[in-house]
Design a protein around this ligand. Structure first.
Ligand SMILES: NC(=O)c1ccc[n+]([C@@H]2O[C@H](COP(=O)([O-])OP(=O)(O)OC[C@H]3O[C@@H](n4cnc5c(N)ncnc54)[C@H](O)[C@@H]3O)[C@@H](O)[C@H]2O)c1
Length: 355
């Protein structure tokens, strides 16, 4: 068994889950963490027994023994400079979505990873949800025939919408529908997207934020084999149901269909003190004593296994780049109020910010 030293940059919500998952793994020789909030750094260092804990993320990229780095920092414009520096330093990189802010930045990251023979993947964690994997399996095994069309409707509660839109100007397409674009393009492989049409809807979030924050966004994608799908995502639901996130998926094939209910109505906690709550309803999931409810732990370990045992990653950076192109086309379509044809032109990357 080959053990590796790993680093996690940004140990907030997702990075905390990644660090705690890695800390319990026999394949991990040592865990190193970086976080700019000293209290959170201290908390995660204690919970994980991290070998080193620093407020300077460059210490991770410069650490000679670290083989793989998980980048889970926010805001989202930190992703490209952090991934770039880690890849240039010869580290395998797991990067939370979004891959970058511009297509040319994504292209540069892909090129560095390829040139240096490094594993590079993006956190499309829903692929590690067994229900989603079942939809793809039913296509791959021919149970529903050839996929013809699909729908994904995903909605988050307003508190999460405020957290996300408070730190980035990225759209619901880039921040939420991105998971579903990734999933459906994976299901419809090898078909490629050729046309995108999208509309953005304003309502509660614009009023609450006083800014230009939409409630949700709907996207229609046409593929080169004539199939098409619709993805809608948003973050404006009131507190209460579904607590964190609700998703409904319809996959229609030539010989059958799969309907998937990921609406988190299956576990209801009702207490005198707090009323009705719906635990385990977030997209990353959460630890439940000895078990983990959700996809993020398995995803974290998949990348560790890929690095330690030289196996391929499930989400290739090329696929993530295609997803990025589709959500950027969706934003463009909504802005121009017209259909956008792919591919989009890619400009040269602007210099990496020195964060
Ligand atoms: N796959 C999923 O289901 C999923 C769910 C939520 C978020 N995400 C993605 O994961 C990323 C993290 O989201 P989150 O909700 O955990 O965010 P978060 O804000 O809870 O955590 C980010 C952490 O990064 C830290 N940080 C910021 N700058 C840093 C720096 N220079 N060095 C070190 N640490 C730094 C912050 O202090 C914070 O603790 C986001 O980009 C988001 O798109 C993915």
């Amino acid at each position: 068994m080959r053990q590796v030293e790993v680093g996690v940059i940004g140990t907030g919500w997702c990075g905390g889950i990644r660090a705690e998952t890695l800390a319990r793994q026999a394949l991990v020789k040592a865990l190193h963490i970086a976080e700019i909030r000293p209290d959170r750094l201290d908390e995660v260092a204690k919970a994980t027994g991290a070998a080193t804990a620093t407020e300077d993320w460059h210490a991770i990229s410069r650490h000679g023994s670290i083989a793989a780095v998980y980048i889970s920092a926010t805001p989202e414009d930190t992703h490209y400079p952090m991934a770039r520096e880690c890849l240039l330093a010869g580290k395998h990189v797991f990067l939370e979505k979004p891959i970058a802010m511009e297509l040319a930045q994504a292209d540069e990251l892909l090129a560095i990873a390829k040139r240096n023979h490094l594993k590079f993947t993006i956190g499309y964690s829903q692929r590690f949800n067994a229900k989603y994997a079942y939809v793809r399996k039913s296509i791959r095994e021919g149970a529903i025939g050839r996929p013809v069309s699909a729908l994904v409707s995903r909605h988050l509660t307003r508190s999460l919408g405020k957290k996300i839109s408070g730190r980035t100007k990225l759209s619901p397409a880039a921040m939420e529908c991105t998971h579903d674009l990734d999933f459906l393009l994976w299901c419809f492989e090898p078909a490629k997207p050729v046309r995108v049409y999208s509309q953005i809807n304003y309502g509660a979030m614009r009023e609450a934020s006083g800014g230009d924050v939409p409630d949700n966004q709907w996207i229609t994608v046409t593929l080169d084999n004539g199939a098409s799908f619709v993805v809608g995502g948003g973050w404006s639901l009131p507190p209460g149901y579904p607590n964190a996130c609700t998703t409904w998926i319809e996959m229609i094939g030539s010989d059958g269909s799969v309907f998937l209910d990921d609406s988190h109505r299956d576990v209801v906690l009702n207490t005198m003190r707090q009323g009705m709550q719906l635990p385990m309803s977030s997209m990353p999931g959460e630890p439940v004593e000895h078990a983990y409810a959700g996809p993020m732990a398995a995803e974290t370990l998949h990348f560790l296994d890929a690095v330690a045992n030289d196996k391929p990653v499930l989400v290739t950076p090329e696929h993530a780049r295609m997803v990025m192109e589709v959500y950027m086309a969706a934003d463009l379509s909504a802005e121009r109020n017209e259909i956008v044809t792919l591919p989009l032109p890619a400009a040269k990357p602007r210099a990496a910010a020195g964060r």
